[in-house]
Design a protein around this ligand. Structure first.
Ligand code: ADE
Length: 225
């Protein structure tokens, strides 16, 4: 089942490398996830293509206007009959975590709105179905958060990663952090790969990995146990 991701932004060029490289490129080539970028500025009505204005009531900075966002959204909705969550990326949103990525990966369509400037007109919130934050820090815009969300969701769409197991073993999906991984060489500057991994005893290796994952989670992220 393919996923369509529509991203509404003032800075579509920021997504160029993201959408055309690595996993996102493969997902698009396989027809599994297709990202469509939409420039909010193209939906302004005045000749200066104004997308922001000073806040009513005064105060510093500029506020992103509701009209270009609303019109861009209406145009984007008309492009495809599929419907799905309309998400505003904002530090005020619900924290983005793996279960949320898993839920979003089951949708047919995601529409992401990237805010910018000091804020976005409150009335934009009427048009969205959810608000998501990628963490407790403030970025200059919703573009990086939209990429983070799209990346985390895309890799969960069945068929995007070669091996479905690689999604299941990893940190957060299994409830514990991932076990330590090694590849060639067997020894690097005196630092050797644990013998157990070279033993060929698959049962013992499994046990060691489970224990390492448990230990690591206990030490680094006791909050997720
Ligand atoms: N826009 C600015 N900061 C953000 C954050 N932490 N999460 C989502 N959107 C944002």
């Amino acid at each position: 089942m393919a996923l369509r991701v529509d991203i509404l932004t003032l800075f579509p060029e920021m997504f160029a490398g993201f959408a055309s490289e690595s996993m996102m490129r493969i997902a698009a080539e396989k027809g599994l996830v297709n990202v469509h970028l939409h420039n909010i500025r193209e939906h302004t009505h005045d000749k200066h293509q104004k997308v922001d204005d000073s806040p009513f009531g005064g105060g510093p900075g500029m506020v992103m206007m509701v009209q270009p966002v609303a019109d861009c959204l209406a145009a984007v909705e008309a492009l495809d009959h599929r419907r799905g969550p309309i998400i505003l990326l904002t530090p005020q949103g619900e924290p983005f975590r793996q279960p949320m990525a898993e839920r979003l990966a089951q949708q047919l369509r995601l529409t992401l709105i990237c805010g910018h400037y000091e804020g976005i007109d409150e009335r934009v919130r009427r048009f969205v179905t959810e608000e998501i934050s990628i963490g407790d820090y403030v970025l200059t815009g919703g573009e990086l958060p939209a990429m983070v969300l799209t990346d985390a969701v895309t890799r969960l769409v069945p068929g995007v990663l070669g091996d479905d197991q690689s999604c299941q073993d990893e940190s957060f999906t299994s409830g514990v952090l991932e076990y330590p991984q090694y590849t060639r060489p067997r020894e690097f500057r005196g630092d050797a790969v644990p013998d157990i991994l070279l033993s060929g005893h698959h049962g013992e290796i499994e046990k060691w990995r489970r224990e390492q994952a448990r230990l690591r989670t206990h030490q680094r992220r006791p909050d997720i146990i």
